[in-house]
Write a protein that binds this ligand. Structure first.
Ligand SMILES: Nc1ncnc2c1ncn2[C@@H]1O[C@H](COP(=O)(O)OP(=O)(O)O)[C@@H](O)[C@H]1O
Ligand SMILES: O=C(CO)[C@@H](O)[C@H](O)COP(=O)(O)O
Length: 507
């Protein structure tokens, strides 16, 4: 039995997997709050993660009716890029600064200039550092919290922090490390010089966790944690990884040929590659995978959070919101919402705010507003898919995961807007499933050095053909029109900030 945990932005999900037959025996979840502040601050208390870990795990074990002693391994997936700082005694110094925090966008620009711009960043790191990546948070912390910065003895990503809490060991693996901005994705090594540029004292280099390969164990549970969680003290903790890397494993995206799209707090799109094929497109982040290869990825910052903002404004529950989306026609009778509430990573508009266009007395309806936000966030992913395809990535189908994938209408919107068939995997909590699968792989490798991840994925991952939808020609044409309008509006609203490849296309 293996436990997969996914510490996402809005909550933690736990899943108990019988890896011998691929059956998911139990699941649990618990939510987190965001600390929002001025200038795009988005932080979270790490105590919420550990508390949510414990309650989601208890719920999964209870649903399965399984004793925690039966758990042989745990794999932790976590929201990428967040910064957790610990002092020498292992105490958390301040709330975790998250992937969606744009407060350090100016620091990111300064670091990008130091790297020699997008080209310099690509050459040196294999990725273009973007607002939200860990590295700019370090520069921000040095300026804003110098006393805490001086006490920093460990710099960890969210899932590294949870692994440290579980085992007492500070480790990192390549996939999540590649989203820090101080890691070379080609050579899979830390890039020390950017850390030295931030701080000459050597403090940051000394605070780096040890890198391990994705099939290696971080260690075993600390006895007090095993007791607290009611888990087997001999259970191993696998390397874990970023939620997208674990989502790739949990959708079987460990060989070239598939594209996974996640509709979570963020919108992501990624495909496995067995070589570090660095995309010349700055928006495509060629991260490492947590299965031995690479994972070119696109991430939009505003997705279900933007839906939630409109839902809250109109005081709607999820069901009523989805019903209103279904009532409005494609294109929302001319209403377009550019959903960049907290700046945006793809398209690269870190300083943008959201805007609403095309309102008239006739079309200003709740249904059009609800649909306009769903269309607006999905257009960002359409732009991302075009960039991924321009980088040479092909796939005949999109595998859809994340909370939003549960909505059949959104699945059809994705199929029509991307002009590509869509299908969900049987288990929508793909990142938690990926964690459990990786733990099973790591456990198997301890007995047999050749144990294959592919064999476990083929037992545990399947597509749910009942969710399969194909694009409808008439809708594809209607979205194409609406997407042209979206591009024109981005260009006219954000002017010179607009990425050159997002300028309007001729009709
Ligand atoms: N049926 C649905 N239709 C639309 N959105 C949904 C549906 N079910 C869940 N969601 C949204 O999915 C989001 C959570 O997705 P999830 O992938 O768990 O996020 P994260 O991992 O970022 O915490 C929530 O904002 C929720 O409103
Ligand atoms: O920043 C990225 C990817 O680069 C995000 O995808 C985060 O990893 C957050 O994920 P969710 O909470 O939306 O799952």
């Amino acid at each position: 039995m293996f436990l997969g945990i996914d510490c996402g932005t809005q909550g933690t999900k736990a899943l108990l997997l019988d890896a011998s037959n691929g059956r998911v025996l139990g699941q649990g979840s618990a939510s987190h709050d965001l600390i929002s502040g001025p200038n795009g601050r988005r932080e979270q208390d790490t105590e919420q993660w550990t508390a949510a870990f414990a309650s989601a795990t208890a719920a999964a074990l209870a649903e399965a009716g399984v004793d925690g002693d039966a758990v042989l391994g745990i794999g932790v997936s976590g929201q990428q890029h967040g910064l957790v700082t610990l002092d020498a005694a292992g105490r958390v110094l301040r709330p975790a600064k998250l992937w969606c925090d744009t407060e350090s966008a100016a620091e990111n620009q300064r670091l990008l200039d130091w790297l020699g711009g997008e080209q310099g960043s690509l050459e040196r790191l294999g990725i273009v550092i973007a607002p939200g990546y860990t590295v700019s948070k370090l520069l921000w912390m040095k300026a804003r919290h110098p006393a805490l910065f001086e006490q920093t003895a460990h710099i960890l990503l969210p899932h590294d922090y949870l692994n440290h809490w579980l085992t007492g060991r500070a480790c990192a693996e390549y996939g999540d490390a590649s989203g820090t901005g101080y890691f070379n994705v080609r050579t899979r090594e830390w890039d020390l010089s950017i850390l030295r540029h931030i701080d000459l004292s050597g403090r940051l280099e000394a605070a780096l966790p040890e890198l391990i390969a994705p099939d290696k164990a971080v260690g075993r549970l600390r006895p007090e944690i095993a007791g607290q969680l009611g888990l087997n003290p001999d259970a191993i903790v696998s390397s874990g990884g970023g939620d997208n890397m674990m989502g790739a494993i949990g959708t079987g995206n460990i060989r070239p040929g598939a594209i996974t799209m996640s509709l979570g707090t963020s919108g992501t799109l990624y495909a496995y590659s067995d070589t570090p094929r660095i995309s010349p497109q700055p928006a495509v982040a060629t991260f490492c995978s947590s299965s031995g290869g690479w994972l070119p990825l696109i991430c939009t910052m505003n997705l279900t959070n933007a839906n939630a903002a409109i839902r809250d404004l109109l005081q709607l529950d999820l069901e009523s919101f989805n019903a209103l989306v279904a009532q409005a026609p494609i294109g929302c009778e001319g209403v377009t919402l550019l959903p960049f509430l907290n700046g945006e990573r793809v398209p690269a508009l870190p300083q943008a705010s959201a805007s609403l266009h095309g309102l008239t007395t006739e079309n200003l309806t709740r249904a059009n507003l609800c649909r306009a936000v769903v269309e607006g966030v999905t257009f960002g992913l359409r732009y991302g898919l075009d960039l991924l395809r321009e980088s040479g990535i092909r796939s005949e189908r999109i595998q859809l995961i994340g909370g939003g994938a549960k909505n059949p209408l959104w699945r059809q919107i994705v199929a029509d807007m991307m002009e590509t068939p869509v299908v969900c995997t049987t288990h929508s909590e793909a990142a938690a499933l990926g964690g459990a699968i990786q733990a099973a792989w790591c456990h198997a490798r301890q007995q047999d050095a050749d144990a294959s991840l592919e064999a476990i994925c083929s037992r545990c991952v399947s597509l749910d053909e009942r969710t399969a939808v194909a694009p409808v020609a008439e809708s594809v044409r209607a979205y194409d029109q609406a997407y042209r309008r979206y591009r024109q509006l981005v260009a006219s609203t954000y002017g010179q900030q607009t990425p050159p490849d997002l300028t309007p296309v001729a009709s």
